[in-house]
Design a protein around this ligand. Structure first.
Ligand SMILES: Nc1ncnc2c1ncn2[C@@H]1O[C@H](COP(=O)(O)OP(=O)(O)OP(=O)(O)O)[C@@H](O)[C@H]1O
Length: 368
């Protein structure tokens, strides 16, 4: 199983039934279509940055990748082992669910909430070492923890090891959370908005640190952000890929110079428009390319291409079937009919605003 990607997701769908509503007899519960038809491989020592507006399903997809969210359909494999078959004990389980979960870690946006307020840094960091290296004695554990604290710039480590979370800054808490994840020897870390709560000036430092440690520890990163600048920085610096999500779907993915150098999906172009520091002529970038700003309700997404209600290039053909992803460059895939040379899209009439529901405009930016 060694050549297998660390995580391989195939046609993953995550739908949530909304709870709490009292439904008249015979009515179906409302379903939030959080993730739909996403396939994504994350190889060893690789970085994938997912970006998209709030509510587009990034966190749900990330949790699905690390085995904390069960997909409603599709498969999720860790090194070739189906994660949920391992959980259910179905078939020949070669890697146990427990081992899979230990190998797939997460760091959150709010490390303060993830660290136990009553435990010192030393205490919090001992737990993963005891689990992964039960033979280590107390002295070896202390040395290892001090070494890691010094490595992330928390010096003197003897002092930091004795502190409680409230005695650390947000950036320091995030570093402790990162060390704790790395001490599990993970193959993949889901970094869910992990730098979003930090001061802008500290974000680059934290991303550089993550990449430095990622390389040393031979770990992959699934980095999630609503901020295209951050996502492009981390994917670009690591030679990784950037994935653009829209309403539960992965609409474009590829290396950063492909996706941002030659964006193919109109939504990618709109995100770039909304991120002035990625726009070559920021001062002169004109009006929003979106037909409307409001994101459709994921309980009732548009038919066909889900972006068609906001897409400046939409034609009637876009309202029928959801476009399949097609390869348009080196490792660069896009789900848009404009990427097909001979699709009926090209002879289909343009969609007029009159033909669309709920039109409107605004210029929400994904850049903070
Ligand atoms: N447990 C749940 N039950 C019902 N709906 C959910 C649940 N978790 C997420 N959702 C819905 O699924 C959709 C995708 O949510 P998700 O948190 O994955 O998006 P996101 O892109 O990470 O957004 P954000 O950046 O705001 O966290 C949203 O409409 C959200 O309200």
């Amino acid at each position: 199983m060694t050549d297998e990607p660390v995580v391989s997701m195939e046609n993953v769908e995550v739908h949530f039934e909304t709870e709490g509503s009292i439904l008249p007899f015979g009515d179906d519960p409302e379903v939030v279509q959080a993730v739909d038809g996403v396939s994504l491989d994350i190889p060893e020592n690789d970085v994938v940055a997912l970006v998209g507006e709030s509510g587009c399903g990034k966190t749900t997809l990330g949790k699905t990748a690390i085995g904390t969210q069960r997909p409603t359909s599709g498969s999720v494999k860790y090194k070739g082992q189906d994660i949920w078959k391992a959980n259910d004990g179905e078939g020949d389980v070669e890697i146990s669910f427990k081992e899979i979960r230990q190998s797939l870690q997460i760091i959150h946006q709010d490390p303060g909430a993830a660290l136990n307020p009553n435990k010192t840094v030393q205490h919090s960091l001992e737990a993963p070492l005891k689990l992964r290296h039960p033979d280590m004695d107390t002295f070896e554990r202390r040395e290892r923890i001090h070494e890691m604290l010094a490595r992330v710039g928390m010096e003197p480590p003897e002092d930091y090891a004795k502190r409680f979370p409230h005695q650390l800054s947000g950036g320091e808490q995030q570093r402790v959370a990162l060390i704790r994840a790395l001490l599990m020897n993970p193959d993949l870390i889901l970094a869910d908005e992990a730098v979003s709560a930090l001061d802008v000036s500290l974000r680059i430092d934290m991303m550089d640190l993550m990449l430095d440690l990622q390389d040393t520890f031979n770990t992959s990163f699934l980095f999630i952000s609503h901020n295209l600048s951050n996502a492009s920085y981390i994917a670009g610096k690591s030679d990784g890929r950037i994935g653009i999500m829209y309403l539960g779907e992965l609409v474009e993915i590829g290396p950063i110079d492909e996706v941002l150098g030659d964006p193919q999906h109109p939504y990618t172009k709109a995100l770039m428009w909304a991120t002035p520091n990625l726009h070559p002529d920021a001062a002169d970038r004109g009006d929003s390319p979106l037909r409307k700003i409001d994101v459709p309700d994921p309980r009732n997404p548009p038919t066909g291409c889900r972006f068609h209600t906001r897409c400046p290039e939409a034609r009637e053909a876009c309202t029928g079937e959801m476009p399949d992803a097609v390869t348009v460059g080196d490792d660069h895939d896009v789900a848009c009919y404009r990427a097909y040379d001979d699709h009926e899209y090209w002879s289909s009439p343009e969609l007029t605003d009159d033909g669309l529901d709920n039109l409107g405009t605004s210029d929400e930016s994904t850049a903070d």
